[in-house]
Design a protein around this ligand. Structure first.
Ligand code: HEC
Length: 344
């Protein structure tokens, strides 16, 4: 088992700690850029409420369903045409756009397959009835936001995975983080660890898209990460057709809970082959509170169990073997204040 010191050394060996650059307003007339630490999101939300309700009711971004570009255009119109710039500075406007762009655009929610894939549709406050102590949002809006992360390999020894941020092929989502590890064996995992924060109680969600993978294409959300070989992961495996909560402790992998990716219909043959996820974007969400774990796939609560030995740790995006996958809108709420209300 790796010690905390070894992990610290592993993490420190990556590029200097950075914050995630936030989106630039992409309007030629008044290009505005700003950088804000992702953990300021709670403040940005407050800024939004204060500044954007001065002339009209506060718009409901989840109802507008605008893309980042559309928000950028709208806010720029507020700034220039209606002189909102008298009360909102350009960096504040840029921060507000970044915040608004964390809501899933309608183009995405309307994708074939029906249901909204909005990971924010279930307001975390329904569960917590509290505001998070820290919110980190990674929408990979800038060209090089990976400075905030450590790309680590896990499992069988081998090379570090390579993650890259590039324009999402589907277009509507701006940038996304991609990982592709063609040389990886099925028992080697790629982790993109958020270096900055650690805690026990959290609500983390991400959108993902599996592009390809020769053996066991699988993606997941890792949490409670003590080091690259000790963590818990909620993962979707396309070949096995299952969603599973797995505890990784070195070579020992314990499946804590397992459920089909697609729930079989009542008339399905008992031995029918597992159904993989449809191509395109899906969502994963994990909520941990005092060792209780809930997991969602595409907004359906599918995992519900307890982790008796859970002590917290870092969070990471995760892929298995040679999987090529994209991730977008990775949001982590940390709730480290003492919790009293039970999970719903
Ligand atoms: C100085 C006044 C003023 C401020 C401050 C202001 N707005 Fe507006 N906003 C307007 C006016 C006037 C309209 C209606 C005309 C229009 O849509 O162009 C409007 C309309 C809107 C609309 C509806 C139209 C659409 O394009 O969807 C949205 C959304 C909006 N504002 C967002 C914002 C946001 C976000 C902020 C904060 C950054 C903001 N507004 C701040 C004056 C303001």
């Amino acid at each position: 088992m790796k010690t905390a010191r070894q992990l610290a050394a592993a993490l420190a060996s990556f590029a200097a700690v950075g914050t995630v650059a936030v989106a630039a307003l992409t309007v030629p007339a008044r290009p505005v850029t700003a950088e804000a630490p992702a953990s300021d999101l709670t403040q940005v939300k407050a800024l939004y409420s204060e500044k954007c309700s001065a002339c009209h009711n506060l718009p409901k971004p989840e109802e507008k369903g605008y893309t980042q570009k559309e928000w950028s255009r709208t806010v720029t119109r507020m700034m220039t045409k209606y002189h909102a710039s008298e009360s909102i500075t350009p960096p504040q406007a840029a921060q507000i756009v970044t915040y608004l762009a964390t809501f899933v655009p309608k183009t995405e929610a309307r994708r074939p397959g029906g249901k909204s894939s909005d990971p924010w549709a279930t307001d975390s406050l329904d569960v917590w009835r509290e505001v998070p102590s820290t919110t980190r949002v990674f929408n990979f809006a800038s060209a090089s936001p990976l400075a905030a992360f450590s790309p680590l390999g896990s499992g069988t020894p081998g090379p570090a995975p390579s993650w890259l941020v590039s324009l999402d092929k589907a277009g509507a989502n701006g940038m996304a983080a991609h990982v592709s590890a063609p040389a990886f064996r099925p028992d080697r995992f790629a982790l993109l660890v958020d270096r900055a924060d650690t805690g026990r109680n959290l609500d983390v969600r991400v959108r993902f898209r599996i592009e390809s993978g020769k053996v066991s294409p699988a993606v997941g959300l890792a949490f409670g990460l003590a080091d690259p070989d000790h963590y818990t992961v909620l993962r979707c495996n396309q070949s096995l057709g299952d969603l599973a909560l797995i505890q990784i402790a070195g070579a020992t992998h314990t499946t804590l809970q397992q459920t089909p990716l697609i729930l079989p219909t009542a008339d399905a043959a008992p031995n029918a082959a597992p159904t993989p996820l449809t191509p395109g974007w899906h969502t994963l969400r994990v909520l941990v509170k005092d060792g209780q774990v809930r997991g969602w796939l595409d907004m359906q609560k599918r995992v519900n169990t307890t982790l008796p030995t859970y002590t917290g740790g870092k969070v990471a995006l995760w892929t298995q073997g040679s999987t090529a996958a994209s991730f977008h809108d990775w949001i982590v709420d940390w709730y480290d204040a003492p919790q009293t209300a039970p999970l719903s």
